[in-house]
Write a protein that binds this ligand. Structure first.
Ligand SMILES: O=C(O)CCC(=O)C(=O)O
Length: 451
């Protein structure tokens, strides 16, 4: 969920005050217990990557603020994949293979052939089961070309490698010039969910329309002082960025539709149940690039705090460095092993509500590490803002009474979230984002206490 930035200070790492002595009196109490653990090597923050990020310049440059309360700190490191239950995998390539086998069987008059519809049915049911138990799935052979993924990763990395001043040109404005209140553009954001300051550098915008991406790319890559050959370089850089965004968006839009159709079929519903109101990228699909520079406090902080996503479906691609953690079972966290050719897809709060809780929107977070930077590219899909998500009757019965709003629009939900977030920021409220984000969707608020 895009959210409003609350930071605005402009210190450089060189200006860093002593983390302990610089606490303001209002938060000294809260932070006193945390500061004892600030490591001696905090000067590592002068590392080039951190200097180039908005992490410290945009924040109050007080390292102690990055230290999270004890019970939130990660116990499983970013690269400990041992002991983690394997996240279930769905192989979409089987759908294609089954269709090819169908054609061959017709030509060869095979009698014992299993038709593709049976295979599809099985995949759809498996997916629905995984979403109802895990809320997350790993998808392989998804049909998105490796070049498209690689190009997007490269472009995102290239963006974060730019000088800070250049990245800051990616400030987005609404028609009429007023700054959006959806947290779009470049910059660290306290986000909706945090009880500590996250160790993250972030860029966020919509995936479409393409004109807005062109405008954005031109702003970032076109240097006013550029002349001659530089102009051409800048133009090429902007064009490469735009093209990568466009290609990635087209491919992930297709994938979203495929997943939404399988989800409907797996729940015994008409294939188009969830895709009709979705209408592809004409909806409100949001791009988020998360960049986590190396961090001197990996066991004391988080790149992103535990949260659920308010949107419909999220499709995430992480680079070769691990960091995504999912909460499964009785509150235990496990790290997801990166895999270049797979996507991690999860159910958002809106989808949980739309399926009357058949699918689960599950808590996840990002952890950081001391030596390697990490990049994740996130595709948040949403329906058209005003189309109605109404719980299918088939999903309400004695065993599954209606737990959520019978019908709602993404626009109404989003307005509520942004308003809540603004109030929390104004009141300096450390809220529990998981609760706040889901509360509005529930029919009886008391249900949340059992969740
Ligand atoms: O970077 C990651 O692995 C997690 C990203 C995420 O959860 C988010 O952007 O909401």
């Amino acid at each position: 969920m895009p959210s409003v930035s609350v930071h605005g200070m402009g210190m450089t790492p060189a200006d860093l005050p002593n983390p302990v002595s610089s606490l303001s009196s209002s938060n000294a109490g809260l932070l006193r217990c945390r500061t004892s653990s600030v490591p001696e090597n905090w000067k590592l923050l002068k590392a080039e990557e951190v200097q180039k990020s908005k992490l410290l310049r945009g924040a109050s440059a007080n390292l102690a603020e990055f230290i999270w309360p004890q019970d939130e700190r990660p116990k499983v490191p970013h690269d400990d994949f041992q002991g983690a239950e394997e996240l279930p995998i769905i192989d979409l390539g089987e759908l294609l293979q089954a269709a090819v086998a169908d054609r061959a069987a017709t030509t060869d008059h095979q009698h014992h052939h299993q038709p593709s519809s049976t295979r599809r049915d099985k995949i759809a049911k498996d997916l629905a089961k995984i979403f109802s138990e895990w809320g997350f799935v790993q998808v392989v052979n998804h049909g998105v070309k490796t070049e498209v993924i690689d190009a997007m990763q490269t472009q995102a990395k290239k963006f974060f490698d730019l000088p800070l001043e250049q990245k800051e040109k990616a400030k987005l404005t609404q028609p009429g010039g007023s700054s959006t209140n959806e947290g779009f553009g470049y910059g660290v954001d306290s986000g909706f969910f945090y009880v500590g300051r996250p160790w993250i550098d972030r860029f966020q915008c919509r995936w479409s329309p393409v004109e807005s991406i062109t405008e954005l790319a031109d702003k970032v890559y076109t240097r006013e002082e550029a002349h001659g050959i530089d102009d051409i370089d800048a133009h090429d850089a902007a064009e490469e960025f735009r093209k990568s965004m466009e290609d990635y968006n087209k491919s992930l839009d297709k994938l979203t539709i495929q997943i939404l159709e399988l989800c409907a079929e797996g729940l015994g519903l008409k294939s188009s149940t969830f895709t009709e109101p979705y209408l592809g990228t004409a909806g409100d699909c949001i791009a988020r690039f998360n960049y986590y520079p190396p961090c001197p406090l990996p066991s004391l902080t988080l790149g992103l705090g535990a949260h659920t996503d308010p949107n419909l479906l999220t499709i995430l691609h992480q680079c070769s460095v691990g960091g995504l953690q999912i909460c499964h079972g009785h509150g235990s966290w496990f790290s997801v092993k990166p895999s270049a050719n797979s996507f991690i897809i999860n159910v958002g709060d809106s989808f949980e509500a739309w399926t009357n809780g058949r699918f689960k929107s599950v808590k996840h977070r990002a952890v950081v590490n001391e030596t390697q930077s990490r990049l994740s590219i996130v595709y948040f899909s949403n329906p058209l803002p005003h189309s109605i998500m109404s719980v299918p009757h088939k999903l309400i019965d004695c065993e599954h009474p209606l737990e959520f709003r019978p019908a709602f629009t993404w626009q109404d939900y989003k307005t509520h979230l942004l308003e809540t977030h603004k109030n929390n920021n104004n009141n300096n409220n450390n809220n529990d984002g998981v609760r706040t984000s889901k509360l509005w969707l529930l029919r009886r608020k008391s249900i949340l206490n059992q969740k």
